[in-house]
Design a protein around this ligand. Structure first.
Ligand code: PMV
Length: 315
């Protein structure tokens, strides 16, 4: 059986995190500068049915069957076997490598799952549709997030810009002109399950206030899509700024995120906001292409542990 390789990109949420969990639309785009990659190949020395997993980035080397039943990689493999109605596989090895920073809101867990699921199904001779892959990744995401909206699995599986609403089929959109973003990592792990839980508790206590915040964010996602289609940076930047203010009101920003966001704005960003679950993790700044390197340096100077420059281009 020939080896099979699959990859999936990282992602950023441009507008709409958290509100998307409550049914509002959100916009996310792939970050192709970083990727997860999985390779499955026959293991001639292995025993029948054994899958050996190697993920050096997280120090993991294990037989799949020795992983706890709720381990994300085991759930991903079990999802494929169940989907293909297979009880066992030929002996094989699964090698995973990812350049997507972990626990920072860049969709690392979803991208690893998407790569693993596609590589294993392909190796077994039954490549799966994007729709099936995305829904299997969603099942794995439940382990990380509890109640994921589905945006992460959708954007990394389809590897396309998405205007996402929970429960609705994927909608993509066109990009009027190139947009350049600098991603700044606070270096503080972002526990999405924690901030999602924090928002849920606050919502239970003051439903009206939070419903107003969510629907204001949903309107921003619609404005952002219009701005991107028309290629208007100033409009998208203004929407990002407003979104950050609303996320702060929801209590999911942090002093470190605010410092990077304010620093970006003072240094000629069109707009800036946290991206992903918040608490820590990443922020994004929309900049002129020729200012991206300078912005990355500025963010590092004021505390970013890491930066990535990424672009979305007209399709
Ligand atoms: O995985 P993260 O940190 O990019 O967060 C996902 C976005 C949330 O809206 C906070 C959660 C969700 O499931 O949509």
């Amino acid at each position: 059986m020939p080896a099979y390789t699959a990859t999936a990109p990282g992602k950023i949420i441009l507008v709409g995190e958290h509100a998307v969990v409550y049914g509002q639309p959100a916009l996310a785009v792939p970050v192709r500068d970083v990727r997860a990659r999985a390779v499955v190949r026959a293991d001639i020395k292995g025993e029948e049915g054994a899958i050996r997993i190697f993920a050096p980035g997280i120090g993991l080397q294990s037989r799949y069957k020795d992983l706890p039943v709720n381990h994300p990689l085991r759930v991903a493999v079990d999802g494929v076997l169940h989907e293909l109605e297979l009880l066992r596989t030929p002996a094989c090895s699964l090698h995973i490598h990812s350049t997507i920073p972990i626990a920072s809101g860049l969709g690392s867990s979803a991208a690893v799952s998407a790569a693993v699921i596609q590589a294993l199904a392909g190796f077994l001779g039954h490549p799966l549709s994007k729709e099936r892959v995305s829904s299997l990744v969603f099942e794995v995401e439940k382990i990380h997030h509890g109640t994921p909206s589905g945006i992460d699995n959708t954007v990394v599986t389809y590897d396309k810009p998405v205007f996402f609403t929970k429960g609705l089929p994927i909608q993509t959109f066109s990009i009027g002109k190139p947009f350049t973003f600098v991603i700044g990592d606070t270096g503080i792990p972002s526990a999405t399950a924690e901030t999602v839980g924090l928002v849920r508790n606050a919502y239970q206590e003051d439903k009206q206030r939070f419903e107003d915040l969510f629907s204001a964010i949903g309107s921003l996602a619609i404005k952002a899509r219009t701005a991107i289609i028309a290629g208007r940076k100033a409009d998208l930047g203004a929407v990002m700024d407003e979104n950050h203010t609303l996320l702060k009101e929801m209590g999911v920003s942090s002093p470190e995120l605010d410092r990077l966001v304010e620093g970006a704005r003072k240094n000629a960003a069109w707009g800036a906001k946290l991206s992903g679950g918040g608490g820590g993790g990443n922020m994004i700044a929309l900049v002129e292409s020729e200012q991206a390197e300078q912005m990355a340096q500025t963010l590092k100077d004021i505390g970013a542990a890491n930066t990535i420059i990424t672009r979305i281009e007209p399709t």
